[in-house]
Design a protein around this ligand. Structure first.
Ligand SMILES: *[C@@H]1O[C@H](CO)[C@@H](O)[C@H](O)[C@H]1NC(C)=O
Ligand SMILES: *[C@@H]1O[C@H](CO)[C@@H](O)[C@H](O)[C@H]1NC(C)=O
Ligand SMILES: *[C@@H]1O[C@H](CO)[C@@H](O)[C@H](O)[C@H]1NC(C)=O
Ligand SMILES: *[C@@H]1O[C@H](CO)[C@@H](O)[C@H](O)[C@H]1NC(C)=O
Length: 308
């Protein structure tokens, strides 16, 4: 009796100290940008470092879907987790039983990782959380749209201010059509750019906002030329700056287009803002020159009869 009692007690003590311990990670996040998902499971106190005596079991909400039996090297997977893979056996030997699953098969929830080494065993639970992420941040979206709205709005105001000066209706119609085209592209682009979660439509939307913006550049030249026909250096300066803004925006677009979470949104915003700003400077110029011309006309009209 005594012997048995001691044996049971010893066994309990041994089992207690024989638990495998883990590097505890409570949760990991998955977003639409993860192509694969890795659930960490790291044992910190393996003694034998021999996969032949190890057994690994992964469960989702208490239901087993993956197991690895080190004694015969056999994997067992549920059909819904056919992509599940351990890292290398070399890593498993060191206690890394982390599981990698393709993004389509990874389901949010509580996963448990059970590892056994001979008679020692242990379990750790990791929650896989799905987080919704948009392509650009809301602030970036607002700045992109705001810059473009300003650039287009200023174009229309300038067309309204200087439109009456054009003698050829053909040019006037051309400038009007350019305005309509860029407005339509931008509005469609805005509606595609905005969404809660990243979608390929967002990239098309940015393309529709940035790429057709070049339509704004040549009309700007005509709009400024009509203001002052004999001195074109200002008009040319504005066009050069606006082209530069466009170039920066296109470079930014190129940098952002392939990234799931773009880091260069600021480049697109800077480019579009330069375009809006140069358009604004052009408008101020047109208004100032226009009003000073108007002031000159009545004076001439008064002076002429006096001279004559
Ligand atoms: C998803 O990807 C991010 C960024 O690459 C990474 O930090 C994260 O660990 C991944 N999530 C999972 C669950 O693998
Ligand atoms: C066995 O693996 C543990 C990590 O679990 C490591 O600290 C230890 O150095 C390894 N021992 C040998 C002999 O490789
Ligand atoms: C796989 O997933 C489907 C749908 O979620 C479920 O109905 C089915 O029972 C799962 N298969 C197994 C073997 O668990
Ligand atoms: C996972 O477990 C935690 C803690 O028990 C719980 O708060 C959470 O809701 C569970 N997550 C899911 C998806 O069941």
């Amino acid at each position: 009796m005594w012997a048995l009692g001691t044996w049971v007690l010893l066994g309990a003590v041994c089992a207690g100290s024989a638990q495998l311990q883990f590097n505890v990670i409570k949760s990991v996040e998955q977003t639409i940008c993860n192509k694969t998902v890795t659930l960490p499971c790291i044992v910190t106190n393996l003694a034998q470092n021999n996969t032949k005596v190890m057994f690994v079991k992964w469960k989702l909400e208490k239901k087993e879907f993956f197991s690895f039996d080190g004694s015969n090297g056999k994997f067992d997977r549920n059909v819904n987790f056919s992509s599940a893979m351990l890292g290398s056996l070399q890593n498993l030997k060191l206690g890394i039983a982390s599981l990698t699953i393709s993004k389509t098969q990874a389901v949010p929830g509580n996963y448990s990782c059970e590892v056994a080494e001979s008679n020692r065993e242990g379990e750790t639970v990791i929650e896989l959380i799905y987080r919704i992420v948009s392509w650009f941040t809301p602030v970036e979206n607002i700045l992109i749209i705001l810059s473009m709205v300003l650039a287009i709005l200023i174009y229309w105001i300038q067309l309204a201010v200087t439109g009456s000066k054009f003698e050829t209706t053909l040019l006037k119609i051309g400038l009007f059509i350019a305005g309509v085209v860029i407005t339509v592209f931008a509005v469609v682009g805005f509606s595609l750019l905005i969404s809660d979660e990243f979608k390929p439509e967002n990239q098309i939307g940015l393309g529709l906002i940035v790429l057709p913006a070049v339509i704004l550049v040549p009309p700007q030249y005509f709009l400024l030329k009509i203001v002052r026909e004999n001195n074109l250096s200002f008009a040319i300066g504005v066009i050069v700056l606006e082209s530069l803004g466009y170039l920066i925006a296109v470079i930014g677009f190129g940098l952002c287009i392939t990234a799931c979470r773009p880091k260069n949104g600021a480049v697109v915003i800077a480019g579009l803002a330069i375009m809006a700003l140069t358009a604004f400077v052009g408008l101020i110029y047109a208004i100032l020159i226009g009003s000073s011309k108007k002031e000159q006309h009545p004076r001439k009209a008064v002076e002429e009869p006096l001279n004559g």
